[in-house]
Design a protein around this ligand. Structure first.
Ligand SMILES: Nc1ncnc2c1ncn2[C@@H]1O[C@H](COP(=O)(O)OP(=O)(O)OP(=O)(O)O)[C@@H](O)[C@H]1O
Length: 321
C-alpha cells in the first residue's frame, strides 16, 4: 500500500532503468546561464520571488554582502529514449535552476516537455542515455524515484491518477511520514497531522471533506489539480515540477492554486512549471521562460517571450532567434 502511495508523489519504488551515459553532445543555443550572467543576483532574486511574499532573503549576509546563489538543479546534455522502443525523445536538454527561481517551459504539443519532467522524476517509461542531472549537489540519475522525492523533488503530473480504496488523508499522512522518516525527522500521528494540514487546505480553498475521499477518485479535473498542490504543500519540496497545473482550472481555482504555489516559494525553493498559456505566468511570475522544441531547449528569455508567443505563436519566436 505504501508503495502505491508513493507513486503520486513521484516517489515510486519502481526502479529507474538507465544505460551508461553516451558521449555528451555539444549543445548550446541561448542558455539561461548566459542570461543569468547578465542579471545581477539580487535582481534575479527579486524577479523570482512573488511580490506578495514577505520573506527576508538569505542572500544578504550579516556584512550586507550578497551570498552566491546555489544551483538547485543542473541538467547537462540530457538525452533519453522510450524504454521499450529505444526511440530518442530528449536530444540534449540543458537547464540550470538556482534556489528561489521559477522557470517555465513552453513549447508546441509533442515537443518533449512532459517527457523531460518525467525523466527528472525517474519515470520507468524512459531510459536516460546520456548527460547528467545534479540536484542539490547529488547525482539525481543515481537515485531511485522515491529517493528523488525524499531528496526534495516533487512532480505534479499532467493527468493525476486516482487510487481507489485509499483515502486522501491516509495517502497524505503516509507520504508525509515516509519523507520525515527518511530525513530522520519526527513523524506525526493522524490528529497532529490534521492540525498540520488544516491551513494548507484553507490556502487552497479546499473543503476538509476532500480528506475523506479516495485519492482523486471521482474528482473533477480542477479538483485533481488542487489536490496535487495540496500534496506539494504537505511535502514542502525544494523543487516542484508542475506539468500543466493550469489545465482544467476555472479562473478562481487558478488563482487559489497560484496563491498556494506562491506561498510555498522561499529563497531556497524553486519551481519548474510546464504551461501552454500566459495566464498562469500572470499569477506565478517566472524568472525565466524556456522554449522546448524537438526534445531540446532552443530559447530562453524573460516573461516577454510569453507575450510574443501569445501574439504571434511559435512562428514569432523563431523569427526572433
Ligand atoms: N512512453 C512513450 N512512448 C512512445 N512515445 C512517447 C512516450 N512518451 C512520449 N512520447 C512521444 O514523445 C513526444 C513528446 O511527448 P511529450 O508528452 O513529452 O510532449 P509535450 O511537449 O509534453 O506535449 P503536450 O504539450 O501535448 O503535453 C510525443 O511525440 C509523444 O508521442
Amino acid at each position: 500500500m505504501a508503495h502505491t502511495l508513493h507513486v503520486l508523489t513521484s516517489a515510486s519504488p519502481v526502479p529507474c532503468s538507465r544505460s551508461p551515459p553516451l558521449k555528451h553532445r555539444p549543445f548550446t543555443v541561448f542558455s539561461s546561464t548566459h542570461l543569468r550572467r547578465s542579471i545581477p543576483p539580487l535582481t534575479r532574486r527579486s524577479l523570482s520571488l512573488n511580490a506578495s511574499l514577505a520573506v527576508e532573503s538569505p542572500s544578504i549576509s550579516g556584512s550586507g554582502e550578497a551570498e552566491p546563489l546555489k544551483p538547485l538543479l543542473e541538467v547537462k546534455d540530457l538525452t533519453a529514449v522510450v524504454a521499450e522502443s529505444k526511440e530518442e525523445l530528449l536530444h540534449g536538454v540543458n537547464l540550470t535552476i538556482y534556489e528561489g527561481e521559477v522557470h517555465a517551459v513552453m513549447g508546441k504539443n509533442g515537443s518533449g516537455k512532459s517527457t523531460f519532467s518525467k525523466v527528472l522524476v525517474g519515470h520507468p517509461d524512459y531510459e536516460v542515455t546520456g548527460g547528467s542531472v545534479i540536484f542539490k549537489g547529488q547525482n539525481l540519475l543515481d537515485m531511485e524515484p522515491d529517493e528523488r522525492s525524499h531528496t526534495g523533488l516533487f512532480m505534479s503530473f499532467q493527468s493525476p491518477v486516482a487510487i481507489p480504496g485509499v483515502s486522501n488523508s491516509d495517502f497524505l499522512l503516509m507520504a508525509y511520514n515516509a519523507r520525515q522518516a527518511k530525513l530522520g525527522l519526527p513523524e506525526l500521528d493522524p490528529i497532529k497531522f490534521y492540525s498540520y494540514i488544516q491551513p494548507k487546505l484553507a490556502a487552497l480553498n479546499m473543503d476538509p471533506l476532500f480528506l475523506n475521499r479516495n485519492v482523486n477518485e471521482g474528482f473533477s479535473g480542477g479538483e485533481r489539480k488542487r489536490n496535487e498542490i495540496l500534496q506539494l504543500s504537505v511535502l514542502e519540496a525544494d523543487l516542484a515540477v508542475l506539468d500543466e497545473i493550469d489545465s482544467g482550472l476555472d479562473v478562481d481555482a487558478l488563482q487559489d492554486v497560484a496563491k498556494a504555489v506562491n506561498s510555498l516559494l522561499t529563497p531556497k525553493r524553486s519551481i519548474l512549471m510546464i504551461t501552454h498559456y500566459r495566464r498562469l505566468l500572470d499569477y506565478i511570475t517566472p524568472t525565466y521562460i524556456h522554449i522546448m522544441e524537438d526534445g531540446r531547449i532552443v530559447k530562453t528569455g524573460d516573461v516577454s517571450i510569453a507575450q510574443l508567443l501569445e501574439e504571434g505563436g511559435y512562428k514569432a519566436l523563431s523569427s526572433t532567434s
